[in-house]
Structure formats: C-alpha cells, structure tokens
Write a protein that binds this ligand. Structure first.
Ligand SMILES: Nc1ncnc2c1ncn2[C@@H]1O[C@H](COP(=O)(O)OP(=O)(O)OP(=O)(O)O)[C@@H](O)[C@H]1O
Length: 380
C-alpha cells in the first residue's frame, strides 16, 4: 500500500518510498522488519505508527532518523535525499536536522535539566549561537514544557513525568520541522500520560512541527494522530484518519487491532448491493460488505463495535436480533459494558448509564445493519 500524494507543489516534510529492511536471524532466515513501505508526512501532520510488538514501528522510525540503514528504498526531507539505496546516499543522523524523543528518555542523569536541553544547541549549531542566546532559548523551551522552575535540578532527582518533559524540551529546543517520538509516554503513569498527550498536541499545533509518533496503544494513536499508519508485519495495512481507520478498517487485522470488535465467523449466503447476509454460529447476520470480491459461499467475519449494539429485554423488530443471557455487567462510569452470552459466544455491548437488568436475565441484542461489517477472513 502506498500513500504518496502531491502537496500543492511543495515537497513533503518526509517522503518514504518503497522502504525495505530485513534482519538476519541466527538460524539464517531473514525477518522483513520493513516490507515495501511508502508514505508522505506533510507540514504540521501528526502521523502515528501503530501496531503490535514486532510489526516494524521502531525500525521504520529509526530508519527515518538515520539510526538504522534500510536495504532499499528512499527517504527524503523537504525534497532533500537522506537515504537512497540505489544511489548510496545515507546522511548521518546528526546531519538530518530531526529531533527524537525516546521511551527511555535518553537523558544524562547527572546533568541538570538546563544542561541536557542546551546540549543539542551547543553540539549541533554552536557556531550560530552565543552562550546568552542558547541560555535564553533553553529557558524558553523549559518554560514551554512546564518545568521552567526545574532548570537547575539534576535529572536523576526528577519524576518520570518531569524527565519526559526534559526529553521533550531537548527535542523542541532546536526548532526542527520534524520531531520523531518512540513510545515516549509508556514509562509514565496514566494520569501524567494523559496530561502530556494534551500538552504535546497543543505544542505541536502551536509550533507547527511535523511529528511521527510510534505507539502500540490504539487509544493514544486515536487521540494524537491526524493520520494513523497501521503496520502489519512490516507492511502498511492502512494509512488514514483515526475516524476512517475506526469506521472503515482496511482489513480484519486493522479491525481487530484498533478498538474492540465483536466478531462471529460465518459463510455468506446472499449478497444484495452493498449488503451481505452471513450464516454464523449465533444466527443470520446482515451487514455492509467491507472488502472487494466477497462472494456467496465465502468464509467471512461479521464484526461490530460494542457501542453500536443495543440491549433490551423485549424482542426488537429490526435486523440482527440476537437472543441471549446477560452474563456480566460492568459499570465504567460513562457507560456500562454488558457481556451477553449468545449461543455460547460472549458479545460485548456498551449501553449509556447504569445497568437496570439482573445478571442471568434473558435479553436481546440488536445491531443495525449499517454498523455491522462483513470482512474477508483469509487476509490476516
Ligand atoms: N537488531 C535487530 N536484529 C535482528 N532482528 C531485529 C533487530 N531489530 C528488530 N528486529 C526484528 O525486526 C522486527 C521489527 O522490530 P521492531 O523493533 O521494529 O518492531 P516494533 O513494532 O517497534 O516492536 P516493539 O513495539 O516491541 O518495539 C521484529 O521481528 C524484530 O525481532
């Protein structure tokens, strides 16, 4: 899959073309960590690379930073080649003019916040700035990420959240047009993580840099990304807006990985226009075709999201009525997550407010046709 598009006459901030990178295993086999990936990142884009462990996110990000050398393909920044396999071009990381924030912070613990943040300016562009200019810029940046008062504190004496703010300041201090993030929020607790996400988005919008952000956390991807690239064994399974990835997943792998899906496997018994009827172990389900070339007799997955279903104790009239027993009810605050046993399969339904039915009650689950996706099963 490719996502190269013209950007109104100007070069994209990042262009990745047909990138490939394999790692040799001890047994002599090769793992294709990046397998023919192409995409553009425009000015101000926030691209999230999402996927499970081992799908190639970090290798792709490190290749863009210049910390990993791809086998073939090309990477350019603003039209300037950084890597070109066929032309032996491979610009050194420190010459690429990008900043990176790591999961491990990668700070010097026995140096102050100020010294850590000043480092890129002193090492990379010392010729252009004098000491006073550097100090002003460092202080501005520390204030920007909310730790102006900690400038003389040693990093080793800071909380995880404060250290990650120092790492963020160090990435922003050079004012690069591209900042790369490798799971930067996974070592801080849930509340701090949430706060840092909000601040990061505001900073990115205000400063206007393009971001590429690696995560395996689909909530984080949905919250941060202007676009999400879902990776599957080194390939791009889908690259689209969070809304599109959620409502029109490109395949079953994406549907299963992003958000929660109820899934019943079955066989197509009829197709009418964009709608298919599927014979499943829990009854006949009707939904939207989500995939090319699905035919009668094909093995498919009927999938729908917990918030698309409704649960009642009276027989509904519409299609996709499923009779079951309320197995569990979990009040989560904004909604109640219901688990309904339908012919031995646990289905999840989210209903607003608290539950009014007793566990063990006979219930009906109803799913609108438009919210049920019929997907091929052979492509995962
Ligand atoms: N230095 C290496 N030597 C050999 N194999 C490697 C090396 N680095 C990565 N791999 C392999 O390449 C594949 C992609 O790894 P990568 O770290 O990019 O995945 P990831 O999606 O970032 O995973 P995680 O979320 O766990 O960091 C995996 O199969 C991994 O085992």
């Amino acid at each position: 899959m490719s996502d190269l598009a013209p950007h109104e006459g100007r070069d994209p901030v990042v262009r990745v073309e047909n990138l490939e990178k394999g790692f040799r295993r001890r047994d002599g086999s090769t793992v294709p960590a990046i397998d023919g990936v192409s995409f553009d990142v425009g000015p101000g884009d926030f691209l999230v690379l999402l996927g499970p462990s081992g799908c190639g996110k970090t290798t792709l990000l490190r290749s863009i930073a210049g910390l990993e050398t791809p086998d073939t393909g090309a990477i350019s920044f603003d039209g300037r080649p950084q890597f070109a396999g066929d032309r032996q071009i491979n610009v050194a990381p420190e010459k690429r003019g990008v900043s990176m924030v790591f999961q491990s912070y990668a700070l010097w613990p026995h140096m102050t916040a100020f010294s850590n943040v000043a480092y890129p300016l002193e090492s990379r562009r010392s010729g252009k700035r004098n000491k006073t200019e550097i100090a002003t810029r460092v202080r501005e940046t520390l204030a920007l990420v909310g730790i102006g008062e900690l400038e003389q504190q040693y990093v080793a004496q800071m909380s995880g959240g404060q250290q990650q703010r120092v790492a963020l300041a160090r990435a922003l201090v050079s004012n690069d047009s591209l900042v790369l993030f490798d799971e930067p929020l996974s070592n801080v607790d849930a509340k701090v993580r949430e706060q840092l996400r909000i601040e990061l988005l505001a900073l990115q919008r205000d400063l206007g840099f393009a971001a590429i952000f690696v995560t395996h956390d689909q909530d984080e991807a949905m919250q941060l990304g202007t676009r999400i690239a879902v990776l599957q064994e080194g390939r791009l399974a889908q690259l689209a807006s969070p809304l599109e990835v959620y409502t029109r997943p490109a395949n079953r792998y994406v549907a299963q990985f992003v958000g929660t899906m109820n899934e019943s496997l079955g066989t197509v018994t009829a197709i009418k226009g964009e709608t298919a009827e599927v014979d499943t172990g829990i009854g006949t389900l009707t939904g939207r075709l989500n995939g090319d070339s699905i035919a009668v007799g094909d093995r498919v997955a009927a999938m729908w999201r917990p918030e698309s279903g409704t649960m009642t104790n009276t027989d509904p009239v519409a299609a996709n009525r499923l009779r079951g027993t309320l197995k569990a009810s979990m009040f989560v605050g904004a909604y109640t997550e219901q688990v309904v046993d339908v012919a031995g399969q646990d289905l999840r339904v989210q209903v607003p407010g608290p539950n009014v039915l007793d566990t063990g009650a006979d219930v009906w689950v109803e799913v609108p046709e438009v919210d049920l996706l019929v997907m091929p099963v052979e492509d995962t």
